[in-house]
Design a protein around this ligand. Sequence first.
Ligand SMILES: Cc1cc2nc3c(=O)[nH]c(=O)nc-3n(C[C@H](O)[C@H](O)[C@H](O)COP(=O)(O)OP(=O)(O)OC[C@H]3O[C@@H](n4cnc5c(N)ncnc54)[C@H](O)[C@@H]3O)c2cc1C
Length: 396
Amino acid sequence: MTHSEPPTAGRYDVAVVGGAIVGSSVAYFVKRLAPAASVVVIEPDPTYEFASTLRASGGARRQFSCPENIAMSNFSIPFIAQADETLAVDGMPAHVEWRAGGYLFIVGASDLPVLRGNLEVQQAHGVDAQWLDTDALHARFPSMNVDGIAAGVLTPDDGWCDPNGLLQGLRRKARSLGAEYVADRVVDIDRDNKVVRAVRLASSRALHADHVVNAAGAWAKGIAAMVGMPLPIEPLRRFEHYFETPNAIEPLPYVKDMARLAFRPEGKGYSGGLVDSSEVRGFNFDVDHDYFERVVWPALAERFPAFEACRVKRTWSGLYEQNELDGNPVIGNWAGRLDNFHVVAGFSGHGMMHAPAAGRAIAERIVHGRYETIDLARLGYQRIAEHAPYAERGIL
Ligand SMILES: Cc1cc2nc3c(=O)[nH]c(=O)nc-3n(C[C@H](O)[C@H](O)[C@H](O)COP(=O)(O)OP(=O)(O)OC[C@H]3O[C@@H](n4cnc5c(N)ncnc54)[C@H](O)[C@@H]3O)c2cc1C
């Protein structure tokens, strides 16, 4: 970043498109790293009705295979755990409701090598990741049916939080540091050869910016198209369910299996779902009220017979911002083509947990011109341009 003069009307150092959890994290970290920088966040809906953030299940884990994802979790999870204090404003804490309930991945025999390989990468990155064979699984989680399960990995320091609490905390703190939120919609972006100059708003205002950040989640492809940047990020609907059982079950971590069944304790019951990757892409928020009974419940009851008696109390839909190339986020600029247009989107189901690290990463690129903490070069746009996938192995 070259200058941080006092902002003049309609001119900013940084304009962030999309003000949910990722955009607010970018704004917060830019203000932390460069307090004098002028930052505007453009968010059309301050209620975040359709934002993925408000529909997320809140899980945050270190169980990945790509070192970049593990490193992002290693920063983000302690950040989330301490966010009530870190994001306090005038002594008023944030309310992220962090629960260090742990994460448990369980696999069948054919996936053992992947689970083992991933565990080694995680441990090499300092993660407390524990191998549990079927006996250990049964001893620890007696209500689990371990038929067909060969082993599991437990990461006890992982957990979950309230995504809206984290969003509101980041937003409020970013504003207290001087970031401005504008309730408007970006409808076009002015560019001048290799440089982005301004964002145009639905209200017909233009905001000039030295850096523009695309943090529009499932809408990021449309924002990138405004500058001629192809981005393979599509909206993928998935359902989340809150359900209860009258049967007693020992305290469970966030449980995930190869079939994409994933659930965790929530209040008196559980919150979770089962992602259907073949779902037709699009901005569809319709709820299929039979989905739980048809798809989720059989998988749940097979693994935990206590859920044979189970009542689904609520089902809602939300969008993954799915990176169709490889399921990993796109973080960075279009080097050599549009140096001051930064993308931070395509988290494909992991954007809540990685928002702190990704926001800091973009802030470092803007403020220092390079990554200072975690090198996320492999998650950059180059791989999209070259059609060279860099994917996770194993459980998504
Ligand atoms: C059911 C479900 C469960 C999930 N569970 C988890 C989980 O356990 N853990 C996890 O880490 N992640 C989870 N996710 C994924 C997570 O919710 C997303 O990755 C994350 O919220 C992305 O945040 P975001 O700020 O990029 O996008 P969003 O929250 O979608 O925000 C994008 C914002 O961009 C704004 N916008 C759109 N168009 C424009 C425009 N033209 N101009 C300006 N602004 C615009 C929108 O209004 C919106 O507020 C889940 C998602 C779903 C749907």
